[in-house]
Design a protein around this ligand. Structure first.
Ligand code: FES
Length: 395
């Protein structure tokens, strides 16, 4: 799963009957990310799924997903992303899309394109799917297939990107960039233009899940990033001058920033993830935190969103330690990312070490210096697959 759908936004005040005087105003769960499965035919070494995905429980049934979508919609959710793993492995995907559309959601399919075909595209179109995002690993077939772990992946993605356009969908192409492909940014953009992408997301790897495990091999240098951004800007100008509607979105990694990102637009503010086994999370990474999160099998979403411990744990700013507590930017960045604070410092309540004011900022400085090491063979990466997941998460 990529991070395109995680853009932070402003919180919206909850209906009056849910406002709690002693609590910060609680926003609505506008964005529902339905991670319908962790199964995936590919093995990207920067996947944001948890390392122990192979040990997670049974997937929610079709009926359970419909209940989740219904409850979220009643609470104000407007947009749904079907993600995974690879959502296409779910045989009920067209049915879920149709139900979501009936409920009034704007529907997005976030896919690798593997398992997609003309029949499914027609089925999804009948179901009312609004939008498709296909991810590529590289503009180079060999690198793409090495990273994906499938000799046929690149050809299939090309064919499906063309088919998506032929069916008239708005199409996002997503490239997660890192040391093995970022220097090819011009070729990546050329490929996207040739495929008539409406939006291109050039998203530098965000270091969660498997990407965190492989960070030393994946994090580009500052120079590589600056070059990639400069070339992207040149293409933006060229596209605009020629009237080409293709939009390029460049997402930088926070490892080169001095202030943290306002992750998820604030904890429990607008973003709700439901994982394949029904665990509800305020972000796709939170599963790793030593925080108890509720499951949709046990509670309705209203309780989960407004009442549960997990969703309230980092809401507002009362939980903040110094230096966040007295920082005049705390309403802007919310102390950064709780998952990153936990991964890098061992305490999710710490200031995100990306922040230059964090006493642990040296962790980020150290990671930057690792990026200057020579590029390692791709085979050194630890790939996201069942075997590695089970080994890494041995009880
Ligand atoms: Fe940032 Fe979880 S990914 S809070």
């Amino acid at each position: 799963m990529s991070d395109e759908h995680l853009a932070p936004g402003a919180a919206i005040a909850a209906p009056a009957d849910h406002a709690q005087p002693a609590q910060p105003a609680v926003g609505l769960p506008l964005w529902l990310l339905a991670e319908v499965t962790y199964r995936c035919p590919l093995q990207c070494p920067y996947c944001s799924n948890p390392l122990d995905f192979a040990r997670q429980g049974e997937e929610l049934s079709t009926e359970q997903w419909i209940r989740v979508m219904t409850e979220a919609r009643q609470m104000g959710a407007a947009q749904i992303g079907f993600s995974g793993g690879e959502p296409l492995v779910r045989k009920d995907l067209a049915q879920l899309i149709a139900e979501a559309r009936k409920l009034g959601y704007y529907t997005n399919l976030i896919t690798s394109g593997i398992g997609l075909n003309e029949q499914k595209l027609a089925d999804f179109q009948r179901a009312g799917l609004d939008h498709i995002q296909i991810s590529f690993q590289s503009s180079d077939e060999e690198v793409n297939n090495m990273l994906a772990g499938s000799g046929k992946a690149f050809a299939q993605k090309l064919a499906m990107a063309r088919a998506v356009k032929a069916h008239g969908y708005p199409m996002v192409l997503n490239f997660v960039t890192h040391r093995y492909n970022i220097d090819d940014i011009d070729r990546i953009i050329e490929l996207c233009i040739a495929l008539e992408a409406d939006f291109v997301e050039l998203a530098t790897t965000q270091f969660y899940g498997w990407a965190k495990l492989n960070r030393a091999l994946l994090l580009p240098t500052r120079e590589q990033l600056e070059r990639a951004e400069r070339i992207t800007n040149e293409y933006r100008a060229k596209l605009e001058a020629s009237g080409n509607p293709c939009k390029l979105i460049f997402v930088t990694p926070d490892y080169y920033e001095e202030r943290p990102k306002p992750c998820m637009g604030g904890w429990g503010s607008l973003f709700l993830t439901v994982t394949p086994d029904g665990t509800a999370l305020p972000c796709h990474g939170a599963r790793m935190l030593p925080v108890e999160f509720p499951n949709v099998r046990d509670h309705d979403l209203r309780h989960i969103w407004y009442e549960s411990f997990g969703f309230n744990r980092f809401r507002g700013n009362a939980w903040m330690p110094e230096p966040c507590r007295s920082c005049d930017e705390k309403e802007k960045d919310f102390g950064g990312c709780r998952c990153q604070a936990f991964m890098l410092t061992g305490d999710a309540a710490n200031t995100d070490p990306v922040c230059g004011k964090s006493p642990e900022h040296r962790i980020i400085v150290q990671a930057r210096s690792e990026a200057a090491q020579p590029v390692q063979p791709i085979q050194r990466l630890i790939f996201r697959n069942d075997r590695n997941s089970r080994e890494l998460s041995q009880p």
